[in-house]
Write a protein that binds this ligand. Structure first.
Ligand SMILES: Cc1cc2nc3c(=O)[nH]c(=O)nc-3n(C[C@H](O)[C@H](O)[C@H](O)COP(=O)(O)O)c2cc1C
Length: 168
């Protein structure tokens, strides 16, 4: 078994966290991994926010519809994409996944929370004082897991095809 693929397959969205802070070296390494994601024409059209202050976490949580648990996370990353970059969404999604997998490799649980297409994208941007050249792509609350729930994945036979697709 390969370490990287084992880490990827062991990840589950975590929505309940212990209150312990995340080590600064882990935060830095996770952001390093995020910024190593591929980007169209190597534009790297992103900004990574690291939010730890409780009142800010609570305000962000309040703004979301399906992520009130952000209020109880010790930390939340916020990934913003530069709107003028044609592929900012793909680029920032690649960075978000790298971030989440890097956290998992360090034993830190997290959950991808939608930003792009969500009504909270603009209020979160304003709350964090991010220039309007950028838009929120994702929020990633993170911390030591206090509860893990495992979601079943579709069987490979339903999602893979070889050569040309055949029904049934
Ligand atoms: C683009 C995207 C947006 C998501 N938004 C939310 C969200 O707003 N709230 C939430 O609790 N989970 C959110 N999730 C997490 C998914 O619910 C989760 O990945 C899915 O149920 C599969 O579970 P797993 O991550 O444990 O494999 C989001 C995931 C993605 C990729």
């Amino acid at each position: 078994m390969n370490v990287a693929t084992t880490v990827i397959k062991s990840r589950h969205s975590i929505r309940k966290f212990k209150s312990d802070p995340i080590d600064e070296l882990i935060i830095k390494d996770a952001i390093e991994c995020a910024r190593h994601a591929p980007t169209a024409m190597n534009i790297q059209p992103w900004l990574f926010g690291v939010i730890k202050e409780k009142p800010l976490l609570q305000k962000i949580a309040q703004l979301t519809d399906h992520a009130k648990f952000i209020a109880d996370a010790p930390l939340c990353f916020a990934v913003f994409g530069e709107k003028k970059a044609t592929y900012y969404l793909e680029d920032c999604c690649a960075a978000t996944e790298n971030l989440i997998i890097a956290l998992q490799a360090h034993g830190i649980g997290s959950c991808w929370v939608a930003g792009d297409k969500k009504a909270h994208a603009e209020p979160v941007r304003k709350l964090l004082n991010v220039p309007d050249t950028h838009t929120l792509v994702s929020l990633v609350p993170a911390g030591m897991p206090s509860e893990v729930s495992i979601i079943e994945k579709k069987d490979l036979k339903y999602v893979v095809f070889e050569e040309s697709f055949k029904k049934g």
